[in-house]
Write a protein that binds this ligand. Structure first.
Ligand SMILES: Cc1cc2nc3c(=O)[nH]c(=O)nc-3n(C[C@H](O)[C@H](O)[C@H](O)COP(=O)(O)OP(=O)(O)OC[C@H]3O[C@@H](n4cnc5c(N)ncnc54)[C@H](O)[C@@H]3O)c2cc1C
Length: 725
């Protein structure tokens, strides 16, 4: 078996402007033996140049965001959706919120900045412009409220630099459009500590000040905010401004956690880097964009500089990985600033010059759109070369086991973190529960998402589903794991991350991992044999449905199509995230609710799709059913993907049970019924009188999409049928 062999790990932290270039560069031309991982807090990253246009309503969300899932899939990088919160430079690991740390050989940070909010009360009463998605949420709510009520709240923007002025003009434009022509003045103020646009030339200042005044926007300059209280903002000189909403667009501040590392920082807390973009004191760490401070070439914090750093950063990361000398990068001395005025005009500022015009907006738009197209319209990347040890013929059979040293280290790490693992023997010794019947089940599949921790969580959830569907309590698990060959520390980390993900699920479910088998494989795979038990009187089977029972489904369907879309780079980041989040929800509480509400029969919806699993229940119970297709909860994007022909490989096979459908006219939702599910929900027959209270209980227990999707009826024709309404 020939496999790629990853021996080094390049971890990119943050999907900022420079890193999107690095991803694409490594996608176009891979470094042999290097695994590229992107760790990002947000899976859609905004392009700064188009933000004011988004606020003003000139652009839709998708036009100015880069879908990092698609970019990662297209470039062959692993995406880990997580927030970095620390860096252990000695152990060479990146610490992540809520999941195990990630080892690296070379690390690069492009995590941007957030406005500095030093004034007391600002953190409670003001909305910072970054992180952008939080700001956009508040902004969109405000716009919706204005559209609904035609009342404009008093808005204050704090920050009189280019970002603050541009945001203020954009806010004005959007609210003017929401209110329509002839509306009264918009109560909008701009507050700034020093002079407005103090780093710009006189002509630019006078053009933009005139634009603000023309719109009757109140400008408070030389007004440093001293504190913010509910509804009122106090300046140091005693002035106060009443507000309903404050947006904070002040100068860039660095992430606090950088200060807890031993990375060399500048006086503002940004990472000090050499001209090569490498940290001044850590040879394996690089930084670019707002978070970096090039001591030899200081520049303002602006997206344009982050964009320009992309190519030299990619080049120097390659050089570092190859052990070649790094190249210095000298950024341009000044950049053309194009500041939108909200009305599809822009002011161009270049050194001492400034000019306003509609054509400048057209120019800005075409520059911005051209840049976005590079990361939105991804043509297939050239074939990536195999790893440097690709030619090695790996052994099969027991020779393909993960080495005992690697396995021992993984188990030791898991134990030291509190995992409840028994001492391993040749086989697990299990006590049999008194008065209960044993349940056993096994599931195994290859990874569909290149994030071993998340995959481990989903694989564990999926395996436990069978026990929950039978009304049982899982007790122990045996793991079978496949890990691609690679350097021992990379293999160790992948195995560790997978098992750590699974153990996080098992710990919450009261399940002990009692053994397993791990082997080298062409790709990551994981499965579990689960043993559980159930009191005889509580066993839920596929059979037992009664006429009149309501069919209750606990989770939305569509994971098969979304995973197919993910594999083909056709699913949106937001669809992928919702599907993965659904798969990470345990069915333990759902099973309790269904039992409490007198379920007659139950199954978990997995590979055969909703219709396949329903038919199993109906055949076992000798019943027919009516499905109300509009009531079946679906994952966003699943229907769209299926309609455009993106389906799971199992879909066609599942669709063979189409014959059981008796509805004459084609139904728009039919294809989704054949979609195979991973870690899908439970499907149960609940007595009609208790169905609504069952749904209410399920929704309260963390299954917001739980729904009655149909009912059971006698199979009057003698044949099991499903009628679609
Ligand atoms: C209203 C406004 C308008 C602007 N307009 C312009 C303009 O027209 N032109 C211009 O050049 N500049 C503009 N700027 C400045 C510009 O936004 C920034 O300079 C630019 O975004 C910096 O890019 P970056 O690559 O450093 O980081 P960003 O683009 O901010 O990207 C950072 C990435 O890192 C991720 N991240 C953050 N923290 C973590 C973490 N702890 N762990 C994992 N991931 C993390 C984020 O999710 C994000 O994907 C504007 C700023 C504002 C506020």
């Amino acid at each position: 078996m020939r496999t790629s062999f990853n021996s080094r790990s390049l971890v990119l932290v943050g999907g900022g402007h420079a890193h999107v270039h690095v991803l694409k560069s490594f996608g176009m031309r891979a470094e042999p033996g290097v695994k590229v991982t992107l760790v990002t807090r947000d899976v859609e990253t905004p392009y700064s140049g188009m933000l004011p246009g988004l606020i003003a309503g000139h652009y839709e969300h998708d036009e100015c965001h880069i879908d990092l899932w698609r970019l990662a899939i297209a470039t062959g990088a692993r995406l880990i959706h997580a927030e970095a919160i620390g860096l252990d430079l000695e152990r060479r690991v990146l610490e992540l919120r809520g999941r195990p740390a990630l080892p690296y050989d070379v690390l690069s940070l492009d995590i941007g900045s957030t406005p500095r909010m030093q004034a007391p009360g600002a953190d409670r009463h003001a909305v910072p412009v970054k992180p952008i998605d939080h700001f956009l949420q508040s902004w969109q709510q405000l716009v919706a409220q204005v559209e609904r009520t035609a009342e404009v709240p008093r808005i204050v923007v704090v920050g009189g630099g280019a970002g603050g002025v541009e945001a203020t003009l954009a806010i004005h434009a959007r609210l003017r459009a929401a209110l329509g022509q002839g509306a009264r003045a918009i109560p909008l103020s701009l507050v700034t500590r020093g002079a407005l646009l103090e780093h710009f030339n006189t002509r630019a200042r006078s053009i933009l000040t005139a634009e603000l005044l023309k719109r009757r926007i109140a400008v408070f300059d030389n007004a440093e905010v001293e504190r913010v209280e509910a509804g009122i903002l106090w300046c140091r000189d005693g002035r106060s401004i009443a507000f309903d909403e404050v947006f904070w667009v002040t100068g860039a501040g660095a992430a606090q956690w950088l200060g807890k590392t031993s990375l060399a920082l500048d006086s503002d807390g940004f990472i000090a880097v050499a001209p090569s973009l490498r940290s001044c004191n850590q040879e394996r760490v690089f930084a670019a964009g707002d978070v970096a401070s090039a001591l030899a070439h200081p520049r303002e914090k602006a997206g344009v500089y982050a964009v320009r750093q992309g190519p030299p950063l990619a080049d120097n990361l390659r050089r570092m990985l190859r052990g070649e000398p790094l190249q210095p990068f000298v950024p341009q001395k000044r950049a053309l600033a194009l500041i939108g005025t909200g009305d599809r005009e822009a002011v161009a500022v270049w050194g001492p010059l400034a000019l306003k015009g509609r054509w400048l907006w057209t120019l800005k738009e075409s520059i911005d759109r051209r840049w976005m197209r590079r990361y939105q319209h991804l043509s297939p990347m050239p074939d990536r070369p195999e790893g440097e040890a690709a030619e090695t013929m790996r052994c099969g059979g027991c020779g393909a086991k993960v080495s005992s040293a690697v396995l021992a280290r993984v188990l030791q790490r898991l134990r030291s973190e509190g995992a409840d693992l028994i001492d391993l023997d040749d086989a697990a010794i299990l006590p049999s529960p008194a008065g209960e019947t044993l349940l056993q089940t096994v599931d195994h599949f290859r990874a569909f998402v290149d994030d071993p921790f998340r995959f481990g969580r989903i694989a564990a959830n999926h395996a436990l589903g069978d026990i929950y569907a039978m009304g049982g309590r899982p007790a122990t698990a045996l793991a079978i794991a496949g890990v691609p060959p690679g350097a021992p520390d990379i293999v160790e980390d992948q195995l560790y991350q997978m098992l750590a993900g699974a153990l996080a699920v098992f710990a919450r479910s009261g399940v002990r991992l009692v053994g397993g088998h791990s082997a080298e494989a062409a790709e990551i795979s994981l499965g579990f044999a689960i043993t559980g038990s159930v009191r005889e009187s509580q066993i839920l089977r596929k059979r037992g449905l009664a006429p009149g029972d309501r069919l209750v489904l606990t989770k939305p369907i569509g994971t098969g199509a979304i995973l197919a879309g993910l594999g083909q780079g056709r699913a949106r980041a937001s669809w992928i995230e919702e599907a993965l989040a659904t798969m990470e929800v345990s069915s333990a509480r759902a099973a309790h609710c269904l039992l409490d509400h007198g379920a007659h029969a139950c199954t978990d919806v997995t590979g055969f799709g909703l219709l396949g699993h329903l038919l199993e229940m109906l055949n076992a119970s000798k019943m027919s059913a009516v499905l109300e297709v509009a009531s079946i909860p679906e994952l966003p994007g699943a229907r769209e993907l299926i309609t455009s022909g993106i389906v799971s490989t199992l879909h066609a096979e599942n669709a063979r049970c189409r014959d059981a459908i008796v509805t004459k006219a084609g139904h728009p939702g039919t294809e989704l019924l054949f979609d195979p599910q991973t870690a899908g929900g439970l499907l149960a027959g609940i007595p009609a009188a208790r169905a609504q209270s069952c749904i209410a209980a399920l929704r309260q227990s963390g299954y917001p999409h739980a729904s009655v999707i149909g009912s059971v009826k006698d199979a009057v024709t003698g044949r099991v049928e499903v009628e679609l309404l």
